[in-house]
Design a protein around this ligand. Sequence first.
Ligand code: NAP
Ligand code: SF4
Length: 674
Amino acid sequence: MTQYPHLLAPLDLGFTTLKNRVLMGSMHTGLEETKDWNRVAAFYGARARGGVGLMVTGGMAPNREGGVFPGAAGLFSNDDILNHRLMTDRVHAADGKIAMQILHAGRYAYSPDCVSASPVKSPISPFAPKELDEAGIEKQISDIVTAAERAQEAGYDGVEIMGSEGYFLNQFLVTHVNKREDSWGGSYENRMRLPIEVVRRVRAAVGQEFILIYRLSMIDLIPNGSTWDEVLQLARAVEAAGATIINTGIGWHEARIPTIATSVPRRAFSWVTQKLMGEVGIPVITSNRINTPQTAEDVLAEGCADMVSMARPFLADPDFVAKAASGRAAHIVPCIACNQACLDHTFSGKLSSCLVNPRACHETELVLERVKRPKTVAVVGAGPAGLAAALAAEEKGHQVTLFERSHEIGGQLNLAKQVPGKEEFHGLLAYYETAIAAAKITLRLNQAASVETLRAFDEVIIATGVAARDPGIVGQEQAHVVNYYDVLAGHVDVGPRVAIIGAGGIGFDVAEFLVTPQTAKNDLDHWLAEWGVGDPSEMRGGLRPSGPQPEAPARQVTLLQRKTQKLGKGLGKTTGWIHRAALQMKNVTMTGGVNYERIDRSGLHVSFGTARENPTVIEADTIVLCAGQEPERGLADALIAVGQVPHVIGGADVAAELDAKRAIDQGVRLAARL
Ligand code: NAP
Ligand code: SF4
C-alpha cells in the first residue's frame, strides 16, 4: 500500500490515461533558446523517466509579437517541428506524456511591438502595447491555433493555453487593461470572448483526442481583477469550448503579493482551486508552493483538486515521483523555493538551473559517471559546498570521508533555517542527513581535520566556509555589540532597539528575525492577512480593501550600509522586493551612505558622505554586525605550506557574494572532475 494513494492514482481523460496525478508545470528554462535539442530532450527525458504523469513545456510563442522577449522560442518552421519531435520522442520512449504551453505575452512581451486589448502599459514593462484591431485579434487567434496544430505534428500529447498570470488572454478579461468598447470589450461576455474563441478553435483544429489544458487565473491579486462569479463563468465556458483540464493560475506578474517565494506558506492557494471543484465536469489542477509528496497528497485527499502541479520541484529532483512511489520520499532533493538558480536566472537572461541540483538543465554536460579507479577523498567542512562535493564524489564511486568540526552537518544552512519565512531549509537539511547516512560516506562529526590526518588521502577538498568580517568600528568590543551568528543561533539577548551594520542577505535575514514576534503564528490565515489576500468570492481579484495588515514589529530596527544605493539591491532579482516589502511593513528604517564613527552606550554614531557630515546617533540597545565574511582558509594554507595541493571550494575559496548556489555548484562540478 502506497503512502500516497491519491497522488499516485491514474487519471482517466477518456481518450488517454495519465499514470498519476502529478503535472510538471510549465517553466521557462531557456533550454529551447540554446537550440541544442539533444540537451532539451535530455532534460525532459530525465523527468519522464522519473515517472511524472504529464509535463508541460516552457511557454512557446505563437508569433513574434507574442514572445516574452525578442527571439523567444516557438514552432515557427518545419525545422522547429523536427527539433521538438526529437524531444517528444525521447519523452515517449520513457513512457511519458508532454504538452506544449502556448504563451502569448501580450503587454508583458519585452518588445516595442507588443500588443494587447488596449494601449495600457504594464507597471513591470517599459513598453506600452499597441491596441489590436479586429484583424489583429483574428491574427492572434489564428497564430495560436497554428501553434497548437504544429505541436500536434511535433508529437506532443496536448497543449496548455496560457490564460493566467496577466498574459495576453488574461489582459482581455479585466477592465484593468481592456478598455475596448467593441465586441471584445465592455461586458464580461465580450471580455471573455477571446479566450473562449481560442479554446473553441484550437479544439476544432486538433480533434477530440488531444489534451487541451487551459490555465485560468483564479485569483488575480490586482486592482479590478476578476470576481469569483467571473472565474466560474469563464471556467464553465472554457469547458464547453472543449478544454480537457483546467489548471490554476495565481496572481498576475505585476501583483505585489508573493505567490511562489519561499516565505509563502506551502499550498497557500489550494483553497482557491477547491472553490472550483464540483463547479465544472473536467479535472482541475492546483498549484503554487507544493513541494513534497505529502503536501500534494493532502491537497488531493482534502478534495482541493484532481491533480497537482509542481514545477520547480522537478528542477530540484527529476525522480520526485519515482522516489515517492518507491517509499523513498526522504531521498527527494527538496526545492526550497528560493528562485536563486531558476527564476532569478530566467529574469537575468541566463539558463535556468537549480540551487540544490546544479545538474538541472545541464544533464548532458555535468555528468557523474562511475570511476574505474576509486580514490580516497577527504572533504573538510559539511556546509553546502562540502555536502554537495561529498555526495557527488561518492556517487562516482570514490571512498569519501567527510570531516565536520561541529556536532552537526549543514554549516550556514543551520542559521538560514532560523529565519522566519526560510523554514524550507529544515527540509533541505533533513534531506542531506538522509542522503549522507544512505551513502557510503564516513562522517566524522566533532572532528577538526589536521594536516596530519589529511596526508593519507588521494584528494583533499577544503570546504571550511567563512568567518565573519571584522568591520573594525571603534567601540565594537562592548557587550551590547553582537555578531549575526550569535543572534540567529539564539546565543544572545537582543534589546528592543537594534542597529544592524551591513545590509546584505544576512543583514536582511537578521532584521526579519528580529522584527518577527516570537509568538507570531506561522499559519496561512496569518500570512494571507499580512499580505492583504482575501477570498475572491467576497472581494474582486482577492485583494482585501483594507490592504496588508502586518503584525506589529517585535523590535525597532535600523538597517544600515555604507553604499548610497538602495538597500537590498544585491538580493535575488525575483525576491528582493519581497524582503524589502516585508521589512517596510515592519517599519524597519533603511539607511544608506553612512560612515560608522563609533559605538557607545547610547548607540551607534554615524555620519554621512565623504565629508562626514550630519553626525547622528542611532539609539540602540543592541548592535548586530552583519558586515560580510572572509574565507576560512587556515587549513588550506597549512596544507599548501607542506606541499599538498588541496581543492578549495565554497566560502573558503571566495567569500564575496558567496551563497549556497555557488557553493553547491562548485562542489558538484569539482566532484565531476575527480
Ligand atoms: P554581503 O551580501 O556581502 O553583505 C555584506 C554587508 O556588509 C553589505 O551590506 C556591506 O555594505 C557591509 N560591509 C562590507 N564590508 C564592511 C565593513 N568593513 N564594515 C561595515 N560594513 C561592511 O554578505 P552577507 O550579508 O554576510 O551575506 C553573505 C552571502 O550570503 C551573500 O552572498 C548573500 O547573498 C548570501 N545570502 C543570501 C541570502 C538570500 O536570501 N539569497 C540570505 C542570506 C545570505 P557596505 O559595504 O555598503 O557597508
Ligand atoms: Fe527550487 Fe531554488 Fe532550485 Fe529554483 S533554484 S528549483 S526555487 S531550489
